[in-house]
Design a protein around this ligand. Structure first.
Ligand code: NAP
Length: 283
């Protein structure tokens, strides 16, 4: 089996490691605009060889795992180059603009739009993790637009990688992901900013930072090159979630100003049920 991974970073690299473990006889080719990343991926054994777009006609799978703005440009070129039996999937964190970018391509039926809900705050091939997708959800959009035979091939791979499949419309994906992923990143970036700004004047502050701070601010280590185009593509939904979040923060501040500790207690108690919700998701 020949697999080409375009963008050999955290997600593409983790896919490559997972596929190689499942199919040791497969050849994994890496294509990356960043020569250092490509060489690193080869040195680390994440991919076997460097590949070229011109060779995609003989590929079984092509995985496009680049930032979402790049995906919109790269995908039509990839679809132009593939063979009739090649399946291309893309893993970006937004789905509407990407589905629209390939909607009228003559090879649309060779494409499947996915978003694996798995990752870390790190980037590049050295961040790739074997087993990253085990037990995670893969959101598939517009599955009916992919040729049935190729759908089956892709779904079998996702299941072999240990993923649960969930089908969604691109619009619905972008709306819901704004809450559970995009807002979490902004919240973490702005928490980091608030503390960094304060630290400029009070050097001791990081000595007091405990594991609670560290886990809440973890996502602020994420790559701006990846996140800026995500916020741009999902701007409307992200603004909506931010408005709701800011309103909740303001309401909490008002409760404190008014010394309404009963309401503060109740507010936190009502959100405690997040524990059960998150536990339910893991089952
Ligand atoms: P990453 O680790 O930064 O890897 C992306 C790679 O693509 C980098 O090596 C990057 O090089 C390269 N690249 C950029 N432009 C390119 C081009 N024109 N052609 C070929 N390669 C190019 O990013 P990632 O975290 O794997 O994310 C990849 C995709 O997965 C994104 O669309 C993201 O939305 C999605 N995703 C991410 C996560 C997550 O938690 N990270 C989770 C689910 C889905 P440079 O570094 O030089 O730009």
């Amino acid at each position: 089996m020949k697999v080409y991974v375009i963008g050999i970073g955290l997600i593409g690299g983790s896919m490559a490691l997972g596929i190689k473990a499942l199919q040791p006889n497969s050849t994994i080719f890496g294509i990356d605009a960043n020569e250092k990343h490509l060489q690193e991926a080869i040195d680390l054994g994440v991919v076997d060889l460097a590949g070229k777009i011109e060779d995609l006609a003989s590929a079984d799978f092509v995985i496009v795992s680049v930032p979402v703005d790049v995906a919109m440009v790269v995908l039509p070129t990839v679809l132009d180059a593939i063979g009739d039996d090649t399946i291309v999937f893309e893993v970006g964190s937004t789905k509407m603009p990407i589905c629209e970018a390939v909607a009228n391509h003559p090879k649309r039926r060779n494409f499947i739009a996915t978003h694996p809900i798995a990752g870390t705050e790190f980037s590049g091939p050295s961040a790739a993790i074997h087993g990253l997708f085990e037990g995670k959800t893969n959101i598939i959009c517009e599955v009916e637009k992919t040729a049935f035979k190729l759908q089956e091939k892709a779904l079998e791979l996702f299941r072999d990688l240990g993923m649960r499949i969930r089908y969604m419309e691109p619009k619905s994906h972008d709306k819901h992901i704004a809450y559970v992923s995009h807002l979490s990143h902004i919240s973490s970036f702005m928490l980091g900013k608030t503390v960094i700004n304060k630290e400029k004047h009070e050097q001791d502050i990081f000595d007091m930072a405990g594991s609670g701070f560290e886990s809440t601010v973890r996502l602020a280590k994420s790559s701006p090159a990846m996140w800026t185009p995500i916020f741009k593509q999902n701007r409307k939904q992200v603004i909506k979630t931010l408005e709701e979040y800011i309103s909740n923060l303001t309401q909490f501040k008002d409760l404190l100003i008014n010394e309404d500790y009963n309401a503060i207690f109740e507010e936190m108690e009502s959100v405690n049920r997040i524990k059960e919700i998150l536990n339910g998701m893991k089952k």
